[in-house]
Write a protein of this length. Sequence first.
Length: 451
Amino acid sequence: MSEQNIHNNIYPEANTNNFWLTRPPPPFIPPQPIQPMYNLDYHNIPFIRPPPSPYNQPAQNYYMPYGANISNQHYQEQYVSSHQNISNSFSSLPDNIDEEYIRQYLCPLPKVFKDETTIWIEKWLASKEKYNNTSKDVKSKNVVELNSKINYYICLINQISNIVKECKQLLENMNNNKKLMEQNLSTMTEAEWKKACSDLILDKKQIDTIITTLHFDTESLSELKFRLAKRKKKRDRLKRLKSNLKLIKSQKKEETLEINRKIDAWQNSLKENILKEKRVNKTKAEANIVLKGVREKIEDAKNQLSLFDTLEKLRKSRLQNSANKRKNPLLENTLNKLKILWQHKLADYNKEEEELKNMLTEAEAKKHEKREIEIQEKLAEWDHILFGPSFRSHEMAVDNYTFLEIRSGWDKYVVDENEMSASSSIPLGWILPLEPCNDDWAKYSNNVNVM
């Protein structure tokens, strides 16, 4: 039995529901030689073929002398008979020529050869497409049924809700009538009493008729309970979502308020710094103005003193040049008093100038000191951010616990590791002093190699 028959007998046709449980492809067969693309067969064309003419005959070797006339008229006179019309030698084509007619008769396409592998693949793809179409139809049908069922139960739940509301309203009316009858028990007439009783009975009958319509089987009741529970869960979930959204919105609002508060505080601090700087500059300007006024007063006092000195010299020269050489004590006393007065003023002005200079110098020194402190704080902050907290090893001597811990960590290298479990030898690469380094340590070494 050939290999092809084995494949055909063992594996059945592809199952439409399980399209992957199909037989494997048949063995590979080399392709057949390709036929020509256009196989024109004029014998099967449904219109009349042209009769043989000189145009359709193969070329022949005709002798043509040199300088002969080779025009079309000469050709027709020589090689075409007079009774034959060239324009009517071809039959006319039909009027209803379309694409199918051209493919079938004029330009027929070659028949494509399909091997068994191609046929098997096409069948497998067709079965797969059929399975996909059936599965899609089943799914769409199930979806339609499910949607119709959901819509039915939604309408039923709405009807039951309306019925319950109506029963609740009737029960409330019955309670109101009952309370009214209890309150007006002694004052109501017999007709009013009967009317109230008839209203109660009528409401009760309506409630009974409504309740009788609410009888369902077990499956419908369980489905209704399931739908109601699902709706309740959905509403609870939406409520939780709404509350969470409110909480998130309130948190965002609080965060926005906090950010705005920080921005306002930052802006206020900037404004305060700017105002402080302006006040300092204004104080400096006022101090400079006062200093300028004091200096002007000092110059004025100096000018007055120099004027008095000049007047005194002039007076002395006049007195010396006078004939009687007598003195005027009144003028001298006045000049001396004025000189003393302006000398006191000049001393006060100098003192005020010195105080203003000291104040400006102290303000500048304080500003410079504050700037230096801020720079040092910034540098310390940068140092802490980049390198962490500083480790002050020179302060370890004050802390006995840290000192003992460091000493115990170092001393374990000078103890023999055979005597003490926590000890170890000195690490390789450490530079050791010569043994013995001095007479005091020589008595402790005892020529023991600690390495």
